[in-house]
Design a protein around this ligand. Structure first.
Ligand SMILES: Cc1cc2nc3c(=O)[nH]c(=O)nc-3n(C[C@H](O)[C@H](O)[C@H](O)COP(=O)(O)OP(=O)(O)OC[C@H]3O[C@@H](n4cnc5c(N)ncnc54)[C@H](O)[C@@H]3O)c2cc1C
Length: 367
């Protein structure tokens, strides 16, 4: 146990560990969980600036985005599962018979704390990071044989991005809402600020997550305006009286193009959004995080491992493979009028289900 090993941490200013993971978000937690499953005695340390793992998010993915064995080990962390979901456009609506799943960060924190909590330094901020050490804001120095940067997305001059931005509220209704399955996109709402749709997840018979989402050229979220729109939508659905129990907002990068070899850190392995390891068009990062958790844990189990190199190879390969999606994004953002963007998704969702699944699991490629 980390605390037992190092005694009272606050009195220690220099610490050594085998593997240091900077940031305790989604990618970091999935990696730590996988390490605990396969290498339970492995020495590692996570430094997280907040008091809990994962922040305040609901992360979703399609069942077919990962393979069966990956789904199996991830399963204990899944908070909600559905067998199918709907999409709604001005010209057509459709039920897609494909599983959809959500991991709630609050659940993940509760489930993982007993498993990996002793490896986490909460409420500690990293001031600087090199391939051998981290300097924390409180003056502590952490030395490590391997350093992984999982501190989330930060803008970078080498990569051009647009945004998928949203405000969501979790509500509890007085009466059952009777919504059987998620509505991944309801684009029958008026189009504004780019491609706009409402995303709704039924968490239980009375709880819903309702998000106003926009594929936009700018990162600005007018929270008051979004809230008004969400409330209007709730009324239009006849969902009646409710109270708001949580609120979440975010802006995900939609990758347009860039110079990935300049962007990538040559010395420190970057995972999760730090390495832009997400679906270029949807911003979903769970599949990459799962894949990398397996790859890194496999590498750690070998003597003379080269984790940094493996992460770099994986990232460069993914970037090359995803060229198709970046072209698609450029069409969406550069060749299409903002208020016509919905037509591309409307057309896409008229395709056979197998092709839609391939899109989400990034199986289209020019490689
Ligand atoms: C609101 C929202 C909803 C999303 N929904 C989905 C979804 O449905 N499906 C999906 O696949 N993806 C989704 N994403 C995209 C992506 O999966 C998330 O952004 C995910 O959290 C990325 O994981 P990560 O580990 O890279 O970064 P994060 O989860 O952001 O983790 C980074 C961590 O590093 C910590 N940190 C940062 N700087 C420091 C520092 N200096 N010192 C110490 N700690 C630091 C942060 O506090 C944070 O905990 C969503 C993103 C957002 C913002």
């Amino acid at each position: 146990m980390w605390v037992e090993k190092y005694g009272v941490f606050t009195s220690v200013k220099k610490v050594k560990t085998n593997l240091l993971i900077a940031g305790g978000g989604l990618a970091s937690c999935l990696l730590a969980y996988r390490i605990k499953l396969l290498l339970p005695d492995f020495d590692f340390l996570i430094v997280e600036r907040n008091h809990q793992l994962g922040g305040n998010h609901n992360w979703s993915f399609h069942t077919t985005d990962i393979n069966n064995s990956q789904f199996e080990w991830l399963s204990p962390l899944i908070s909600y599962r559905w067998n199918d979901h709907d999409v709604v456009f001005p010209n057509h609506s459709r039920t897609i018979k494909r599983g959809y799943n959500t991991i709630a960060s609050v659940d993940m924190h509760e489930k993982l704390t007993p498993i990996i909590g002793s490896h986490v330094l909460f409420n500690r901020s990293i001031k600087s990071l090199t391939h051998k050490e981290a300097q924390l804001n409180d003056g502590t120095l952490i030395e490590a044989n391997i350093v992984i940067n999982a501190m989330g997305h930060s803008p970078n001059k080498d990569i051009a991005i647009a945004y998928q931005k949203f405000l969501g509220i979790e509500i509890e209704l007085n009466e059952p809402h009777n919504l059987q399955r998620p509505i991944l996109m309801d684009a029958s709402v008026n189009q504004q600020d780019g491609y706009r749709f409402i995303y709704t997840l039924p968490f239980d018979t009375r709880k819903l997550l309702v998000e106003d989402t926009r594929y936009s050229d700018n990162i600005l979220i007018n929270e008051d305006e979004c809230l008004v729109e969400i409330k209007k939508y709730i009324v239009s659905k006849g969902w009646g009286n409710y109270k708001i129990i949580n609120r979440e907002k975010g802006a995900l990068p939609i990758i347009l193009n860039g110079n990935y070899s300049s962007f990538i850190d040559k010395e420190i392995g970057m995972i999760g959004m730090k390495g832009l390891l997400c679906h270029p068009t949807t911003g979903y990062s769970i599949p990459h995080a799962v894949q990398l958790a397996e790859l890194i844990t496999g590498e750690l189990s070998k003597k003379g491992n080269d984790v940094t190199q493996k992460i770099k190879q994986y990232s460069i390969h993914s970037w090359k493979k995803d060229k198709f999606f970046r072209i698609l994004n450029r069409m969406l953002f550069w060749a299409c009028k903002p208020l016509d963007r919905y037509k591309i998704f409307q057309r896409f969702y008229a395709l056979p289900e197998s092709l839609i699944a391939k899109f989400y699991s990034r199986e289209y490629s020019f490689l």
